[in-house]
Design a protein around this ligand. Structure first.
Ligand SMILES: *Cc1c(COP(=O)(O)O)cnc(C)c1O
Length: 372
């Protein structure tokens, strides 16, 4: 009825595009169920395309990848205070640390499990989200160096996250990169020499060559959505969301449609019912401006978006039950894109992709054959 078709070849192509364009490694960011595409499927496709690392936010996400048999290096960076890290180390998962307490807890888990604890030191270079504040860097570097020398942890990476590489004026980006250089210099003085340095997200990787270092953490670009609207880097959108029209009805001018009867037909027209609603990720805020592609033509959503369905005003277009209405896709056939929906809803592309509900079955396609 409704489905999200995921083009795994597009994900592989996008990973390859970042590797080739930048000459540095790719950590495929598959958090939030691979931005809605399916974490394990997206991870496998990205690895096939040349990604060498995977990144997810939470321990549970990382352990789920391991449970699915994914063996590539994985980094996680969000966990609660008191996290014990033992399961993560047993599963060979790298941990981001930003405090002496976290370093000590990871070292303790390494002792308890007799497993290597690979850590990546995370610095706050100005975004004021995760990472150690500049005043804490000396303490964190000192303890990290101590534990590293003692063999209690292995300081494998040093990293930060950028606040605004998507903005054309690159707000604060230069200052963040200077701050990151200072962090690396301080870490070196403390005797640390992490093998893997990473800062760039998709936008930075494409726009700011000196942010690339060893690895780029690629999220939105992996799914083929241009991180900077209007720019083109040869990425291929991976997801198409569509549904069959359930029924159509011919109604006269002056017919109210949907909750509140907000929409009133201006002339005799055909209405088409599509089983995708806000629970499936059609943003309520997009009502009034949003369109679907039906039989090759863009037609507006009529009235409010309901939980499970929308009504399209298809005019005199011949549309029948069973025809396909496309919410978004690559745009090759005139269908709306994720960027269109982000604009219509006043949000960003990541919000649209991760908003596609769990109820919408994902169907995977690749030239190596379709799989469910
Ligand atoms: C989500 C995330 C990314 C990916 O960013 P994109 O802009 O989607 O490429 C990279 N790094 C971190 C720490 C993230 O949380």
């Amino acid at each position: 009825m409704a489905e999200a078709v995921v083009d795994l070849d597009a994900i592989a192509h996008n990973a390859r595009t970042f590797v080739e364009r930048t000459g540095s490694g790719v950590m495929a960011i598959v958090k939030a169920n691979g931005f809605g595409h399916g974490a394990t499927q997206a991870a496998r496709a990205a690895l096939a395309g040349g990604a060498s690392w995977l990144g997810v936010s939470s321990p549970a996400e990382a352990l789920a990848l391991r449970a699915d048999g994914v063996t590539a290096p994985i980094l996680i960076w969000l966990y609660p205070p008191g996290e014990t890290f033992e399961k993560l180390l047993l599963a060979g998962i790298d941990v981001s640390v930003a405090s002496v307490a976290a370093l000590d807890a990871v070292a303790e888990a390494a002792r308890a499990t007799l497993h290597v604890a690979n850590v990546h030191l995370k610095l706050d270079t100005g975004m004021s989200r995760g990472g150690a504040l500049v005043d804490d860097w000396p303490r964190v570097f000192e303890r990290a160096a101590e534990l590293h020398r003692a063999g209690a942890v292995h300081v494998r990476g040093i990293w930060s996250h950028l606040a605004g590489a998507e903005e054309p004026e690159l707000n604060g980006l230069a200052e963040q990169l200077v701050s990151f250089d200072q962090a690396r210099a301080q870490a070196a003085q403390a005797g640390l020499d992490p093998e893997i340095v990473h800062v760039a997200n998709s936008a930075a990787a494409l726009r700011v060559p000196h942010s690339r270092f060893d690895l780029q953490r690629i999220g939105i670009g992996l799914y083929g959505v241009e991180p900077v609207p209007g720019a083109t880097h040869g990425l291929r959108p991976a997801m198409t969301v569509r549904a069959q029209v359930l029924l159509t009805k011919r109604v006269p001018a002056g017919t109210g449609v949907g909750y509140g009867l907000d929409y009133v037909t201006s002339k005799e027209t055909t209405l088409a019912l599509v089983p995708l609603g806000f629970a499936d990720g059609v943003p309520r805020q997009a009502a009034g401006v949003a369109e679907f592609l039906v039989n090759g033509v863009r037609r507006p959503v009529a009235g409010r978006v309901a939980m499970d369905q929308v009504v399209l005003d298809v005019g005199d277009l011949p549309v029948r039950a069973g025809d396909v209405a496309v919410m978004f896709g690559p745009g090759d056939h005139g269908e709306p894109t994720v960027h269109d929906w982000a604009r219509w809803a006043g949000t960003n592309t990541n919000d649209i992709l991760t908003g596609i509900g769990a109820r919408v079955p994902r169907r995977y396609e690749s030239q190596h054959g379709s799989e469910q």
